[in-house]
Design a protein around this ligand. Structure first.
Ligand SMILES: C[S@@+](CC[C@H](N)C(=O)[O-])C[C@H]1O[C@@H](n2cnc3c(N)ncnc32)[C@H](O)[C@@H]1O
Length: 251
């Protein structure tokens, strides 16, 4: 049996001591964000470091982020793309972007970051250009829509990262009875994430892995048509062919 570590405060401090140090801009942005009541929306520094690393490892040049907030994760992604790369961030609240921009500029990567202020669903539906890496971190009830949009916009082999997929661990039993009004308010999120997690697990369009750290992070490599990816002994379903745009009736 695998025993995962309990991340105690001491252990988290240790992890932070043994992580590559944050840049001045990242630290400044984190401290500025910490003064906000919504600060817990920001990814923690060690997850930010992982986002930079994944961007570097995949060689991503075109990155899409759905849900920017004050731009900590955006800055981590932008640090990983090459100088001529871009990160496009979608965020409905301009006030968060106004906080983010000076820190992005201070980090020297402001020219790599473009933002669109608006409702993610509509912005995504109007987009067509492909991306190498897509990070989903907005409103959880619409995650399935964002996931489908991400697969449509991902080039073959791209990485789609879905945040909060274990959402406080509540995905295990999203129908759990409770008298807690806060739990009841959040229940649609737990349900949506549980449905999406189960869908991704058997989605023949991706190779996926769930990281039981942070608030749960799912990594999906988008398969090409006919690509068997990491299928072992047929344990996963055969990839579906991409639907043809040419009518095949009668052929
Ligand atoms: C969890 S926070 C993102 C945190 C950010 N990735 C970071 O690590 O700092 C989610 C963000 O998505 C934005 N958001 C939520 N629903 C949205 C929607 N439908 N369209 C656009 N932005 C949305 C919120 O305003 C919020 O800033």
């Amino acid at each position: 049996m695998i025993n995962y570590l309990q991340i105690t405060p001491d252990l988290l401090t240790y992890v932070r001591e043994c992580s590559a140090p944050e840049s001045d801009a990242l630290r400044g942005l984190r401290e500025r964000t910490a003064a906000l009541p919504e600060a817990m929306m920001q990814v923690p520094p060690e997850q930010g470091r992982l986002l930079t690393l994944l961007t570097l490892l995949t060689g991503a040049r075109r990155v899409l982020e759905i849900g920017v907030f004050t731009g900590y994760s955006t800055l981590c992604l932008a640090t990983g793309v090459p100088a001529d790369g871009t990160v496009l961030g979608i965020e409905r609240n301009q006030q968060w972007l106004d906080i983010a921009r000076p820190f992005w500029d201070r980090a020297g990567v402001g020219d790599r970051i473009e933002t669109v202020t608006g409702e993610a669903e509509q912005v995504l539906d109007a987009m067509t250009d492909p991306f190498d890496l897509i990070f989903i971190d907005a409103d959880k009830e619409r995650y399935d829509h964002y996931y489908e949009a991400a697969l449509r916009l991902a080039r073959p082999g791209a990485l789609v990262i879905v945040d909060n997929t274990l959402h406080f661990g509540r995905v295990v039993d999203p129908e759990a009875p409770t008298d807690d009004p806060e739990y009841e308010r959040m229940r649609p999120q737990y349900r949506a994430l549980d449905r999406l997690n189960r869908k991704i697990a058997v989605d023949p369009r991706v190779d996926c892995g769930m990281v039981p750290a942070f608030d749960g992070l799912t990594l999906c490599r988008v398969r090409e048509s006919g690509d068997q990816g990491g299928v072992i002994d047929g344990a996963w379903p055969e990839p579906k062919r991409q639907p043809s745009t040419v009518p095949t009736a009668g052929l």
